[in-house]
Design a binder for this molecule. Structure first.
Ligand code: M6R
Length: 381
């Protein structure tokens, strides 16, 4: 019999991370842990840099300088974190970035090679499709990076490099704090990569880095207004159908808000890029239907406002989340979030949507933490 010697790894977990700690549900607790989760994640990579207050991921420069394209591959909410980050990487690093659903990517015979950097995002680090997609990328010679929240998870053992989000254990099936930490981590990574590649002015990177460090305060400001979201949900928790509309980076937030709502409230909802409305979905807009609009990108806000006006004309009720000055008396409900760089707005705009899904689920008397038919990690195909 061969004796195997294994290394022990001690994981630092406080008792409060596995209890509700006074909250009614794990999901609510995890939503409220978000300021701390972001601080822990962002600071970790800044601390790695001994020279200055800037993120460092310590990757070999020769690999980074040869990257011609980036693929972000993941499932569900983790894939939405990729969508919310695409713009940040492309604008700062000037590298084309593609977001792929892991279960599609693994069977698509992708055209990737040793100039491709593949980033795999997975909260659990155990998602079967994401792990298979990672193995495929390795076979094709790509450099692989895993982003996960679970130390020592399967995905970290497969990838060339692993970076952790330090969100703390996420117990509720619906992912919240891990999602915003994934976006913050990729933003830190893009700042680091842009610095290595010298693809963006240092002063711009410096400002964005400062904004990242300021995020926890802004998240607190959103959380303080949770009652307002609860009030809004009292009027729509019995709806059967709901729409989310947004453009650009706000479209990723719409997809995530719609997924959260489906998962824990069992309300059917659809997320559309505003410009697609006229190409079909507008046929479904009828008197009294609720449409949630996200407006955080000043370049696209007027376009989304026009889309919302089109649904209002057809009798829709509108709930808008924005950091822009909006026309008076146009929408039924408006929830303002603090202003931020467009790269970071998905972190702030998703929080009201997490609370929206949470309060609807509570008002329907559902099990928020363990929704039907869902598992926390999908370890089979
Ligand atoms: O553990 P992972 O991040 O790989 O999980 C991927 C999806 O299964 C997961 O994000 C799922 O969509 C969540 N339940 C969303 O809240």
């Amino acid at each position: 019999m061969n004796k195997i010697s294994k290394k022990y790894k001690t994981i630092d977990l406080s008792n409060s991370s596995s209890t509700k700690n006074g909250y009614e549900d794990f999901m609510l607790k995890e939503i409220f842990e978000q300021p701390k989760a972001i601080t822990n994640t962002v600071n970790k990579y800044i601390l790695l840099n001994e020279k200055c207050n800037f993120p460092d991921f310590n990757l070999p420069k020769d690999i980074l300088l040869n990257v011609k394209e980036i693929y972000i591959v993941a499932c569900g909410t983790a894939m939405h974190a990729g969508l919310a980050s695409k713009n940040t990487i492309e604008k700062l690093c000037k590298i084309p970035t593609y977001i792929e659903i892991a279960s599609e990517f693994r069977y698509s015979d992708p055209i990737i090679n040793n100039n491709t950097l593949c980033i795999f995002i997975s909260q659990s680090g155990e998602t079967a499709d994401t792990i298979s997609a990672l193995k495929l990328a390795k076979e094709k010679g790509c450099t692989t990076i895993a982003i996960t929240n679970v130390i020592g998870s399967s995905i970290t053992r497969e990838a060339d490099f692993s970076f952790y989000t330090y969100a703390g254990p996420e117990i509720a099936v619906a992912s919240t704090k891990a999602y915003i930490c994934q976006i913050a981590l990729i933003c830190s990574f893009a700042i680091y990569l842009a610095q290595v590649l010298e693809s963006t002015d240092f002063s711009i990177l410096e400002d964005l880095n400062k904004e990242l460090l300021d995020l926890p305060k802004k998240i607190e400001m959103v959380l303080e207004k949770k009652e307002r979201i609860r009030d809004i949900t009292k009027q729509c928790y019995l709806e059967k159908n709901l729409f989310f509309l947004g453009r650009g980076i706000d479209y990723a937030t719409c997809l995530e808000g719609s997924l959260k709502l489906k998962e824990i409230s069992y309300i059917h909802s659809e997320a559309y890029a505003g410009g697609e409305l006229k190409h079909g979905p507008i046929a479904l807009i009828e008197d009294g239907i609720y449409v949630v609009g996200i407006l955080t990108d000043c370049k696209l806000a007027s376009k989304t406002i026009s889309n919302l006006q089109e649904v209002i004309t057809r009798g829709a009720k509108t709930f808008v989340i924005s950091n822009q000055k909006l026309p008076n008396n146009t929408f039924d409900f408006v929830f303002y979030i603090p202003n931020s760089s467009t790269f970071l707005s998905p972190i702030l705009s998703v929080i009201p949507l997490q609370l929206f899904a949470y309060y609807i689920s509570k008002q329907k008397g559902l099990d928020v933490d363990k929704p039907r038919n869902l598992a926390k990690s999908v370890t089979v195909e």
